[in-house]
Design a protein around this ligand. Structure first.
Ligand code: C5P
Length: 402
């Protein structure tokens, strides 16, 4: 799923290669993209909108006015929605219209409203492709910043042999993926994330745990992976799933298992984000049999667990970044600053349980990032996925400063 969550407009124009647009669309959707198809009137002569809407699970946009009820397709909204626009196949006619700004159909108006990168894959007969007007127009489109996916040489639908075959759909998809990759900020970086609670066994059926859902850590792992990082996600017991090719998940239960898993991968990491709510204490002895109820009081002797963040902080090298979390109920900034220093962190993300909508279990969070130089950066209450993006942005910035 190399295009998960990406918004792509697929423009199709009236070339015989339009039949390949169905295969292309299928490939984009398989890679996880959400695709809005826009067809010119001529494209519909070559391939039916039914095929394209079925494959994209969305109605095809083609006419300015969708129905005779006063509604219309907004090319402006589509242009804003898209992360990338791809016109494949594109004819000499549409190329000419785009050069001249001849916005007489929905595809060209959408093109002119699009703020995203635009890729075009020409497909036409060899003489049309070689014509000075086509070549000149392509040069102009290139000067507008559009990217030309060069047609190949080979047998053409007309029976002639030459340059004009649309680039093969699989290669087009690779180019689209590459375009998103080039914007990723953490390619080649390896990052460890700890997440979730730990369970400390008391006896075979009981444990000491906490309310951590793992949502924040998982959101951070996903955002790091979306930025191209290779992520090792060491997680305590949570009911979350993760499906990203860049994330390697390691399931653990106790603090000591989490420490062992984290320590063994840390030397090869560029950064580590300590998001887990690790137990501070564990039962000194785990009884092998279920503890029986007694009439009088009972107590469990606890011993301190080892601090994972502090352990990694003590072996951290200069080119490694260590990020911690602090969940505080009082004297937030002072306590967070103390942890930052004690654990040898590079920055600490503070969330206060006093803030409504922040903390365990909920989907929102409100954070303050405290840096080593004691600078505090406050953020608004946001969705955890957006908070993750802010934290990852800070990681990108700090890795650049190491
Ligand atoms: O000291 P406190 O538990 O509040 O510190 C929180 C930070 O330290 C978090 O980043 C948490 O993941 C990390 N931590 C840890 N190992 C522990 C306790 C806390 O990594 N045993």
């Amino acid at each position: 799923m190399r295009l998960k969550g990406k918004h792509i407009i697929l423009g199709v124009t009236g070339s015989i290669a339009a039949y390949k647009a169905a295969y292309l669309l299928r490939g984009l959707v398989k890679e996880g993209a959400e695709v809005q198809v826009v067809m010119t009137p001529a494209a519909k002569e070559f391939i039916t909108p039914v095929t394209m809407s079925a494959l994209s699970s969305r109605p095809v946009a083609s006419e300015f006015f969708a129905a005779n009820d006063g509604t219309w397709h907004s090319h402006v909204d589509m242009g804003q929605w898209a992360d990338l626009m791809l016109i494949a196949p594109i004819t000499a006619a549409t190329i000419g219209k785009m050069v001249a700004g001849l916005a007489d159909n929905l595809l060209v108006t959408t093109y002119m409203s699009a703020k995203c990168p635009v890729y075009i894959a020409p497909a036409m007969d060899l003489d049309m492709f070689a014509h000075p007007s086509t070549l000149k127009n392509l040069e102009i489109l290139q000067s507008y910043g559009n990217i030309i996916l060069e047609p190949g040489e080979g047998e053409l639908a007309s029976g002639l042999h030459g340059k004009g075959r649309m680039m093969e759909p699989d290669r087009i998809i690779d180019e689209v993926v590459k375009s998103f990759d080039s914007k990723k900020k953490l390619l080649t970086k390896k990052v460890l994330v700890t997440a979730g609670p730990t369970y400390e066994k008391i006896d075979p059926v009981r444990f000491i745990g906490n309310y951590s859902s793992g949502k924040m850590g998982f959101a951070i792992a996903e955002e790091l992976a979306n930025q191209g990082a290779e992520v090792t996600l060491v997680t305590g017991p949570v009911s979350l799933s993760v499906n990203h090719p860049n994330i390697k998940r390691v399931n653990v239960e106790s603090a000591s298992e989490m420490l062992k898993a984290s320590k063994s991968v840390f030397p090869e990491m560029d950064a580590a984000v300590m998001c887990a709510a690790v137990a501070d204490y564990k039962p000194a002895n785990i009884t092998s049999q279920k503890i029986k109820r007694k009439e009088d009081e009972m107590s469990i002797e606890l011993e301190a667990t080892k601090d994972i963040a502090a352990t990694l902080g003590s072996i951290k090298k200069e080119n490694q970044l260590l990020v911690g979390f602090a969940l505080e109920t009082q004297d937030e900034l002072k306590n967070a600053a103390g942890k930052l220093q004690r654990k040898n962190l590079d920055f600490i993300v503070l969330n206060s349980l006093q803030d409504k909508g922040a903390g365990f279990g909920v989907v929102t969070n409100k954070i303050t990032i405290l840096s080593k130089d004691n600078k505090a950066q406050e953020f608004e209450l946001k969705q955890k996925t957006e908070v993750a993006a802010d934290i990852v942005e800070k990681i990108v910035e700090e890795l650049g400063n190491l």
